[in-house]
Ligand binder design. Structure first.
Ligand code: M6R
Length: 607
């Protein structure tokens, strides 16, 4: 979950490191640090707190050199202190290291390395001492020997004062990408941190060590045999990481959704054949015809996108679907077989639990199709097939545009599975495609009129508890609306199946609870109306999300957030937008740190 960057080249490294850390701060923001080789020795500067604290320190005391490492931390081992911030140095201060992940055998290693002088409580520092122990003149051999002894998850970047012309990286179960350029080489935990320097990148493969010099990058397996890198060009530009005049990334990303949902449809709707086309999918019609059941594996917001997709696949492909939390699935006994298709939903493509579920399914003979935003990510590389979202870079820790993109991809896939399996006709598909094209415009209309959303936010900011309820496709909206509210405003909110209210949560209805009911027109509209009445008749406060023109909802709700009419299958893609905005404006009214909420990080690469 930490952000890491390393550089070796000809330019002054400090601005490169600080620029990279600014782009990586969303990965973890407890503390930050840099190390620069000044020609004689390593100079370290680190600080607990946000990156700005480090930035003011290095502004007062700039470090000069052309080799360096940077780190932004999400604490796992050891409190948030200056000593525990990375980089860490070996006893002789000639080896510097930054790390993302968890070294699971650190207690055992620390015992073995007890004659070394430890300056922190971190698992990472052990690696600096272990490499020192292994070093006898050949840095690559030392890194390989040390890495062979590590268990757990790591993306490591290591520099040697005796070899200032090179840098080393090592990866196991944590993301690491190299940037390739003719006069410099870089390493980072996220590819977008490399984009200001180069668009030519290559993921470091699992269990590999890379050696970076100004002239290029070489990759080695743990036996020291050279292995090819697989470079590719990134399509995003560096501007994707700018706020472009918005006060927060989250607001910018919410507003991008009219465009990103349109991108998801671009070139994918074959209106002549009434089929959805996914480029370079990796599975064909025959693979899909073999499928007898689908299991979706995901975490957090991605799991909510999976929840909406489940209804789409069941409706159109007539296949049974389990939507599983990857963190549960991986420790269960799910009966995978070669007729099971796993859909792995992950924006980052690096979530540890989802990756573990992918591996488990493949080992048991199931096929895995990933839906992800990041080319070259672990989940993309380890799946049989991939649908890439076209949401572009998402910086806000709260997922917004990647959620609506994931649902677009998942629902389109469900429809096409229906076509491949002969469950829906061409004519039916034609109608579905037509309705899909209405989604971007519907989102745009929600974005253009936020007055009522802001009024509700003013009210919510004084609130205590919020119960978001929905059914069928919009059960996902209930879950996601509540997650958005709690993660950025820190107010208590729960997402619940509306039909479940009378089985327990109705007891909570009082003056302190507001029920937010997602009730657009569709198959379960009348059921939602009954559920709302059950709350209203107990004098509960109700705010609804409803379809434009609905005359009933205002009679039983204190506020209604309106969305344009869209086909039921697309309603979760639109109905979530007012709730993203509601969470955003509530959090802003409460003065929260919207883009970097406390205790969270964008990409969860540890368990
Ligand atoms: O990268 P992933 O989609 O696999 O991430 C899964 C969750 O960590 C993520 O969706 C998280 O819940 C959101 N950032 C919350 O907004």
């Amino acid at each position: 979950m930490c952000g890491i960057i390393g550089y070796v080249g000809t330019k002054e490294v400090l601005p490169i490191l600080m620029g990279g850390l600014r782009l990586l701060e969303y990965r973890g923001y407890d503390s930050a640090g840099v190390v620069v080789f000044d020609g004689k020795r390593f100079r370290v500067e680190k600080a607990p707190g946000k990156l700005q604290v480090l930035a003011s320190r290095v502004a007062r005391k700039p470090l000069e050199g052309t080799l360096g490492l940077g780190h932004t931390r999400w604490a796992t081992h050891g409190g948030v202190t200056e000593a525990n911030a990375h980089p860490h140095l070996s006893c002789d201060e000639r080896i510097a290291i930054v790390h993302n992940g968890i070294i699971e055998n650190y207690v055992e290693l620390k015992k073995r390395l007890r004659r070394h002088k430890f300056r922190s409580e971190t698992d990472t520092e052990i690696v600096a001492h272990l490499v020192e122990e292994k070093y006898s003149g050949d840095p690559r051999a030392a890194v390989l020997a040390a890495v062979r002894e590590l268990r757990g998850a790591y993306a490591l970047v290591i520099a040697f004062a005796r070899h200032p012309d090179r840098l080393y990286g090592a990866r196991l179960n944590a993301p690491l990408v190299v940037g390739l350029d003719s006069t410099e080489s870089l390493l980072a935990s996220d590819l977008h941190a490399l984009l200001p320097h180069t668009r030519r990148v290559a993921p470091v493969e699992e269990g590999r060590v890379v050696e970076l010099t100004r002239a290029g990058v070489r990759s080695f397996d743990l036996d020291g045999r050279e292995q090819p890198l697989k470079p590719f060009e990134v399509e995003w530009s560096a501007e994707a990481a700018e706020k472009s005049g918005y006060s927060h990334f989250m607001l910018k990303e919410i507003h991008e959704q009219a465009d990103t949902t349109a991108q998801e449809l671009q070139g994918r709707l074959d209106r002549a054949r009434n089929e959805v086309v996914f480029e370079d999918l990796g599975l064909d019609r025959a693979d899909f015809r073999r499928v007898r059941r689908v299991v979706i594996a995901a975490c957090g917001t991605s799991w909510h996108a999976g929840t909406a997709t489940k209804y789409g696949i069941e409706e159109f492909a007539r296949l049974p679907v389990d939507c599983a939390l990857a963190s549960e699935l991986r420790y269960g006994d799910y009966p995978f077989d070669r007729h099971t298709l796993m859909l792995a939903f992950s924006q980052s493509g690096e979530t540890a639990d989802t990756l573990a579920a992918v591996r488990m399914a493949r080992e048991a003979g199931a096929k895995v199709l990933a839906i992800t935003n990041i080319r070259g990510s672990s989940i993309a590389r380890e799946s049989d097939a991939v649908v890439y979202m076209r949401a572009r870079l998402e910086v806000g820790v709260a997922a917004t545009k990647t959620y609506t993109s994931q649902m677009m991809c998942g629902l389109l896939l469900g429809m096409q599975m229906g076509r491949w399996r002969g469950m829906i006709t061409g004519a039916h598909m034609g109608v579905l495609m037509k309705t899909a094209l209405q989604v971007p415009g519907a989102i745009q209309r929600v974005l253009e009129d936020v007055a009522e959303i802001k009024r509700v936010a003013e009210r919510f900011k004084k609130g205590y508890d919020f119960m978001y309820i929905g059914r069928r496709y919009n059960l996902a909206t209930a879950y996601e609306g509540a997650l958005k509210m709690k993660e950025i405003s820190y107010l208590h909110a729960e997402g619940y199946g509306a039909g479940e209210m009378k089985h327990g949560p109705l007891a909570l209805v009082d003056d302190h609870l507001t029920t937010l009911a997602i009730a657009p027109q569709g198959r379960v509209y009348e059921k939602m109306v009954s559920n709302i009445q059950q709350v209203a008749s107990r004098k509960g406060h109700v705010v609804s999300v409803g379809t434009d023109g609905d005359a009933l909802l205002p009679t039983m709700s204190e506020h209604v957030l309106w969305i344009p009419a869209v086909a039921e299958v697309w309603s979760p893609v639109v109905s979530v937008v007012p709730l993203q905005l509601l969470a955003y404006y509530t959090a802003v009214a409460l003065g929260r740190d919207v883009d970097q909420p406390r205790n969270l990080a964008k990409s969860v690469t540890v368990e």
